[in-house]
Ligand binder design. Structure first.
Ligand code: DAH
Length: 339
């Protein structure tokens, strides 16, 4: 019996040491120590021995079992750590590789300029109001003293939608909504997107931006208009900026003006930014037409007001010396990263 036990031990030892995986080792455990295992079978054979031989033989088999159990446990441990080692080697991270770049967002130059403009007008007491981009003919034209047959409509052809709706051509539409919703004194600005059926080129886009301003109160005059717009021009372009008011025409103001600022790049001598003119046109303005006030239920014999519409894209391109307005709408990261 002793020889048989030694033979089993020797076979088990070499089998365990040769085992290459956890599955194999488990199979060996079952083969020797399982219910029908070889060592278990030897214990069962005790009955066939003489009673006085049994204790010593039983002890031998039990010792053999314990020995094999710990041998198997040890081998299992060994295999496990080997597997971990292999896995770690396979998953090695090269910490010297450059990381993935996380692109940080920033404000679009138009938004930077709008925010600055809002700051300037808020410091003068203006509120910011909003108006819809999809407008009715009434707010965009009719109540602004531009009836259906008015030739001024030609210059503001737009995108027409169903049910008499259109994409607003000017933020001036927000003036009417503001005067309908508020009673004087009114001091409001409305920055926003506007749309026209214009061909795209370096200075035109079918989508662009305006900032509308409106003041209505008792005793408002052209002096107030001049003062506010001069102050604005100096704050946005610098304190030595000169401002020029030229007579103009808008159906919703009387009198009307167009306002130019001296070119901040060349100081008025003429350069690439101002296209040699020395001046840059930035806005249209005027005293609110009595018909417009009347249309909004405000008595023009009691109240007067001024209004203006500033071209935000023009302010942006001149401030940052952007030669082509299309750059503002293309969303090219290489361009946008510069602001
Ligand atoms: N809405 C005009 C345009 O798009 C600009 C303008 C002129 C706005 C005079 C005004 C204004 O409020 O009073 O050309």
């Amino acid at each position: 019996m002793k020889e048989k036990l030694e033979a089993i031990k020797a076979a088990a030892k070499s089998a365990v040491s040769a085992a290459a995986g956890e599955k194999e080792i488990e199979e060996l455990r079952v083969k020797y120590l399982g219910k029908k295992g070889e060592l278990t079978a030897m214990l069962k054979q005790m009955g066939s021995l003489a009673p006085e031989e049994r204790p010593a033989a039983g002890q031998l088999v039990n010792e053999a079992k314990q020995w094999l159990e710990s041998l198997i446990a040890q081998k299992k441990e060994e295999l496990k750590s080997k597997a971990t080692e292999l896995k770690l080697k396979a998953e090695t991270i090269d910490i010297t590789m450059p990381g993935k770049e996380v692109a940080a967002g920033g404000l679009h130059p138009i938004n930077i300029v709008v925010n600055d403009m809002i700051d300037i007008f808020q410091s003068m007491g203006f509120d910011v109001v909003d108006g819809p981009e999809v407008e009715t003919d009434y707010y965009n034209f009719e109540c602004l003293n531009v009836p259906a047959d008015h030739p001024a409509r030609d210059m503001q052809d737009t995108f027409y939608l169903a049910d008499g709706l259109l994409l607003r051509t000017q933020t001036s539409a927000a003036q009417i909504r503001t005067m309908e919703n508020r009673r004087p004194p009114i001091h409001a600005i409305c920055p926003g997107r506007v749309f026209r059926a214009d061909e795209v080129d370096a200075t035109h886009s079918p989508v662009f931006h305006q900032l509308e301003g409106l003041v209505v109160d008792k005793g408002i005059t052209m002096c107030d208009l001049k003062g506010v717009l001069e102050q604005f021009a100096k704050e946005i372009y610098g304190s030595d900026t000169k401002v020029r008011f030229r007579p103009s025409f808008f159906p919703f103001t009387e009198p009307s003006v167009e306002v130019d600022v001296s070119c901040s790049e060349c100081g008025g001598k003429g350069c690439r930014v101002c296209k040699g003119a020395g001046w840059i046109e930035i806005l249209g303005a005027g005293m609110v037409h009595p018909n417009v006030l009347r249309c909004c239920g405000i008595d023009p014999d009691v109240y007067s007001g001024f209004a203006f519409g500033i071209g935000i894209d023009r302010i942006t391109t001149t401030r940052y010396k952007i030669s082509d307005i299309r750059l503002l709408f293309e969303n090219d990261k290489r361009f946008l990263e510069q602001f």
